[in-house]
Design a binder for this molecule. Structure first.
Ligand code: PGA
Length: 254
């Protein structure tokens, strides 16, 4: 049985004090609940502080991005080794904002995933279609292409350790959520793609989160879908009460 995984992507928000307070409130609100995996993804500059605050808690801390390079002359970049060194366990890779604003290709995303794994970080790989792609019936094809490129040359053992976040671009930060049925359908498609590329046990092991305007009102129904193993939450993860409500809506699947 897979545990649900609720992740909070803080994006480029908060000040150091606010970030510390938010991390503390989340940690206190969770008490020692062990039935759901919870992770937070603060901006780079707050990571060390938040890792220290949450050191003896169950909450995972991860970065929102990382370099595909090991080290060297890459001004402004942060390596997987650095993230691991300060206590991060996870990293979001290929978020749609990285793909569109920063022009990250599936090839770059593939290199980042490999580098994350080499450094013992658990990647959350984001995939998802735009509104236009959905309107023209291309959702499955787009997701298949993103997965093929991003997972190139990864073994089934490596893929088993991944979390995939299905985040329809049209639902991110728009208040427009995929319906539970729409999301569940694409999650089933993603699992099928993994089954075809690897095998059934890999497809069953990988956790697939839904992301895109998840909030405390819609989380429970989304998380109740058979193929949905968690949520990647943006806006609502900045408010401790909303985020904790989403976590408490996470149910376990048989
Ligand atoms: P949102 O963002 O919850 O604010 O829509 C989700 C994400 O971008 O990961």
């Amino acid at each position: 049985m897979k545990k649900q995984f609720i992740a909070g992507n803080w994006k480029m928000n908060l000040t150091l004090n606010k970030a510390r307070d938010l991390a503390k409130s989340i940690c206190e609100g969770l008490a020692d609940s062990n039935t759901v995996d919870v992770g937070i993804f603060p901006p780079f500059v707050y990571l060390k502080d938040i890792c220290d605050i949450l050191q003896s808690s169950n909450v995972f801390v991860g970065a929102q991005n990382m370099s595909m390079e090991k080290s060297g002359a890459f001004t402004g970049e942060i390596s997987g080794e650095m993230l691991r060194d300060i206590g991060c366990t996870h990293v979001i890779i290929g978020h749609s904002e990285r793909r569109t604003i920063f022009k990250e290709t599936d090839h770059i995303i593939n290199s980042k995933i490999k580098s994350a794994l080499l450094n013992g970080l658990c990647p959350i790989l984001c995939v998802g279609e735009s509104q236009k792609e959905r309107d023209t019936g291309k959702t499955d094809e787009v997701v298949d292409g993103q997965l093929s490129g991003s997972l190139e040359n990864l073994t089934s053992e490596q893929v088993k350790g991944l979390t995939i976040a299905y985040e329809p671009v049209w639902a991110i930060g728009t208040g427009k959520t995929a319906t539970p049925d729409q999301a569940n359908e694409v999650h089933a498609c993603i699992r099928n793609i993994i089954r075809k590329k690897y095998d059934n046990s890999t497809a069953q092991s990988v956790r697939i989160q839904y992301g895109g305007s998840v909030n405390s009102n819609n989380a429970k129904e989304l998380l109740g879908q058979l193929e949905i193993d968690g949520a990647l939450v943006g806006g609502a993860s900045l408010d401790p009460d909303s985020f904790l409500d989403i976590v408490s809506g996470a149910v376990r699947h048989a």
